[in-house]
Design a protein around this ligand. Structure first.
Ligand code: HEM
Length: 122
């Protein structure tokens, strides 16, 4: 069980746990002035909702992601590698705060790291 992807979803506290972690994650982003300029004008409610879906699906939860593809959602934002690293750093911290175990965190970060090429364009 702990070896399955479903395990990671449960380890994060299923949807309620993931929702809390994503809220923390965006609180951290909102407090980081190196990142806030990227989010000016973004629909944050929609973003949070879709981020929860994406994360839940990425860890094997019973969730479908209903947002845009990553390349399309980030197109034109001129996101840099450094900004991408900062965002993943905040996600790491939010997951640590949420009490997720190291293995689960590594799995989440590994999965989302694979999206770098679709998201970074500068
Ligand atoms: C692996 C890392 C990332 C993931 C998984 C991710 C995920 C998402 C998701 C799910 C959405 C919503 C798409 C939709 O509603 O259709 C989104 C939108 C957005 N993301 Fe990311 N993102 C990542 C990295 C970043 C980075 C590094 C930045 C900026 C530094 C960023 C800035 C934004 C902005 C501004 C939007 C809103 C765009 C709009 O409303 O038009 N994202 N992202």
């Amino acid at each position: 069980m702990s070896d399955s992807v479903e395990g990671a979803y449960q380890a994060l506290g299923a949807h309620p746990g993931i929702r809390r972690a994503v809220e923390q994650f965006y609180d951290r982003i909102a407090a980081d002035t190196a990142l806030t300029p990227f989010f000016v004008g973004a629909d944050l409610d929609r973003l949070r909702t879709h981020q929860v879906e994406l994360l839940a699906a990425a860890v094997g939860g019973p969730s479908r992601y209903s947002g845009r593809e990553m390349a399309r959602a980030h197109h034109g934002l001129r996101i840099t590698d450094a900004a991408f690293d900062r965002v993943l750093g905040h996600l790491n911290a939010a997951l640590v705060d949420a009490g997720a175990d190291e293995r689960t965190i590594r799995q989440v970060l590994r999965t989302l790291s694979q999206m770098r090429l679709d998201i970074v364009e500068d």
